[in-house]
Design a protein around this ligand. Structure first.
Ligand code: C5P
Length: 284
């Protein structure tokens, strides 16, 4: 028997850092959405007791170095159930190291599948708790949809969905290390913070323009000069008619909201002439 689960990319409508914690992590306040850019994770129980991960990207770890494998190990450790052999296969479409929680989303898909197959009695809250042991974005990815994420990322509050719109996602050809970017942050020196409450009100009012006005990610303020491409992509998207554009997570991916699908399609086509990783998405 083989089981299949989609793993959606996440985007940050807002990302705020509130403080540094004694455990070395940061307290966050982020509004996240899921979009229909997906990896597909399949899982086949195996007789041999071995856990393997294979993907369509040869440079990704195949064993326990892969977050999807770590999620499976955690699941069986935490539930106390005997661990069977598992062959996991991930068809990656979400760009890697991009700020879209691709690896966390694959791990979350594994957790959802393992619950379905081995422990349907486990609550969503417990599954999110297990996710938090795997990575800060995993609890959100277990849940998906539109949510406010606080604490390390594990305190989640559901929010109303983004009104219908088109989203162009573009990853410039560079990668940012999340821990390195956190290390750049001097909290008192952050010039702006997102107006998270106002953005939530705009979501509640289904006011796409109000939402677009309030997209903001504090990491943009501390990006080293070598990532100037991020701002070039933002400017290009705005020139191409986007309502607003912002970086997602720790970058370098930029996304932009469009109220009209044809404009978004044209913008994506124009960007594809310069960038390899360009996607036209919708909120999930
Ligand atoms: O939890 P995860 O392994 O995804 O986090 C990766 C790194 O990002 C951490 O090692 C830490 O440096 C940083 N981080 C943080 N505060 C958070 C989430 C992540 O400082 N809330």
């Amino acid at each position: 028997m083989t089981y299949t689960e989609p793993a959606c990319a996440k985007l940050n409508l807002t990302l705020d850092i509130l403080g540094k914690r004694p455990d070395g992590y940061h307290d966050m306040r982020m509004v996240m959405i899921s979009v229909d850019l997906r990896d597909t994770v399949t899982l086949t129980p195996a007789e041999d007791g071995i856990l393997t991960v294979e993907t369509n990207l040869p440079f990704l770890p195949r064993g326990e170095g892969n977050l999807a494998a770590r999620a499976a190990l955690r699941f069986f450790e935490e539930t106390g159930l005997p661990r069977p052999g598992l062959e996991m296969s991930i068809d990656k479409r979400i760009p890697v190291c991009a700020g879209m929680a691709g690896g966390s989303s694959d791990a979350a898909a594994v957790l959802r599948m393992l619950r379905r197959v081995y422990a349907p009695e486990i609550t969503e809250a417990r599954l999110e708790e297990i996710g938090a042991l795997v990575g800060s974005d995993v609890p959100y990815c277990v849940r998906g949809g539109t949510a406010l994420a606080e604490g390390r990322g594990e305190i989640l509050t559901d929010l109303p969905p983004l009104p219908p719109c088109s989203i162009v996602v573009c990853k410039p050809a560079c990668s940012v290390s999340t821990p390195d970017l956190f290390a750049q942050v001097r909290l008192k020196k952050l010039r702006y913070h997102p107006r998270t409450e106002e953005l939530i009100e705009a979501l509640e009012a289904r006011d796409l323009e109000g939402i677009a006005l309030r997209l903001y990610n504090v990491f943009e303020d501390v990006l080293p000069r070598k990532y100037d491409q991020v701002f070039a992509v933002k400017r290009r998207l705005l020139d191409l008619g986007a309502m607003a554009a912002s970086m997602t997570g720790s970058g370098p991916t930029v996304f932009a909201l469009f109220s009209e699908e044809n404009r978004a399609t044209e913008a994506a086509e124009a960007l594809r002439e310069e960038y390899r990783d360009v996607f036209l998405c919708r909120p999930q």
